[in-house]
Design a protein around this ligand. Structure first.
Ligand code: ZN
Length: 366
């Protein structure tokens, strides 16, 4: 069922030196595509908020769902919302009660916004809070000249990290969270699905000291790139599950120590677990489109493996680890961030992402 967001009101924060309107990509109808608004009201800065001028924003798989208006999007996204959640920008103004940030600072932000009231928020696991609202999904997002986020969600960008890299901290954080939660140092790892986050997981796993990295996908171009980023072997799962045998014989007949499931495809999940050794660890990030039939007996119970569900990024542990990994110079991100478009060319940007010609596609607001 489709809901709608209230029409945006003019800003009432008295910041008269700033424009009262802005450019924005808006989910302006219940159907395919997004609308470009050139005079959307700028969001109002609240006392505990930070107002950020967006410089670069990344197109995520989530944004593709919203663009294509599939069942998930139709059930979740209010019509009228500004989309987008991956970005880098500069603080324009801070609310009266904000003391840790100031105008002029380069920042990104954690897009999962919680009220910090529930059990998990209060015990170090705010990434799985019950009351989370997501930027560009549940409230106005970053495909606009300005976005407002609570002070708690702001992440200052290290001076040595360029905007184009900081703009992908959200998906890179998914990869870092998954890889570090599973623990890959000295381990053999299978990454099933090398889309944007799967490819990021290859370079993160390599940097985090994985002993051997295997990948599967059905796209030969992505498999080739996975090899370039450090995968030892990349198998085309469309050619059948013979690769499971190959992985076993490369791992003393046991299977890999770790499975990082990034595809959400039922077949890949089954193959991935079959290639995992008894007692191994599986970290699942890929989202199946619907309920999956799965052999729990063979794949989990008798295997005695550990299964981790991965959601978002740990606040802020993942962000610190990610910053250190980026600063180490060991991550290969240039091959993953393939395209940049001006915001006015958003249709081209989405087409490049959706048809697979681009991997991570950025839009520029400058
Ligand atoms: Zn994203």
């Amino acid at each position: 069922m489709t809901s709608s967001a209230p029409a945006p009101a003019p800003p009432t924060d008295g910041l008269d030196h700033l424009p009262r309107t802005m450019r924005a990509l808006v989910k302006d109808h219940a159907g395919e595509g997004l609308g470009f608004e050139s005079e959307r009201h700028r969001p109002t800065l609240g006392p505990r908020d930070v107002l950020i001028r967006v410089r670069k924003a990344g197109i995520c798989g989530t944004d593709r769902h919203i663009w294509q208006w599939d069942d998930w999007a139709a059930g979740r996204i209010p019509v009228g919302i500004v989309t987008g959640h991956e970005f880098a920008g500069v603080i324009e103004a801070v609310g009266d009660a904000v003391h840790n940030y100031a105008a002029g600072q380069r920042v990104s932000a954690e897009g999962h916004i919680t009220a910090w009231r529930d059990y998990n928020s209060r015990t170090g696991n705010a990434h799985i809070a019950r009351d989370t609202k997501i930027l560009g999904v549940d409230r106005d997002g970053v495909f606009a000249d300005f976005v407002v986020v609570p002070e708690e969600n702001v992440w200052p960008i290290h001076p040595d990290i360029p905007d184009r890299v900081a703009a992908v901290f959200d998906p890179l954080g998914n990869a870092v969270h998954t890889v570090l939660a599973a623990g890959v140092s000295g381990q053999s790892v299978l990454i099933s699905g090398v889309g944007i986050i799967g490819l990021m997981a290859v370079t993160v796993a390599k940097a985090a000291g994985a002993a051997r990295i295997f990948c599967t996908d059905v796209d030969p171009k992505r498999l080739a790139l996975a090899r370039k980023l450090g995968a030892d072997e990349a198998f085309n799962a469309a050619e059948g599950d013979g690769f499971i045998k190959a992985i076993r014989s490369a791992t003393r007949g046991e299977g890999t120590d770790v499975l990082l499931e990034m595809s959400g495809a039922p077949m890949a999940m089954d193959q991935g677990f079959r290639a995992l050794r008894n007692g191994g660890t599986a970290a699942l990030l890929g989202l199946p489109a619907r309920s999956v039939t799965f052999d729990f007996n063979a794949n989990i119970i008798f295997k005695g493996c550990k299964v981790l569900g991965i959601n978002g990024r740990k606040m802020w542990e993942t962000w610190y680890r990610m910053e250190d990994l980026v600063l180490s110079g060991r991550l290969e991100l240039d091959e993953i961030i393939t395209h940049e478009f001006a915001i006015e060319d958003y249709e081209k940007a989405f087409a490049t992402m959706i048809d697979g010609a681009g991997i991570k596609v950025l839009m520029n607001f400058e």
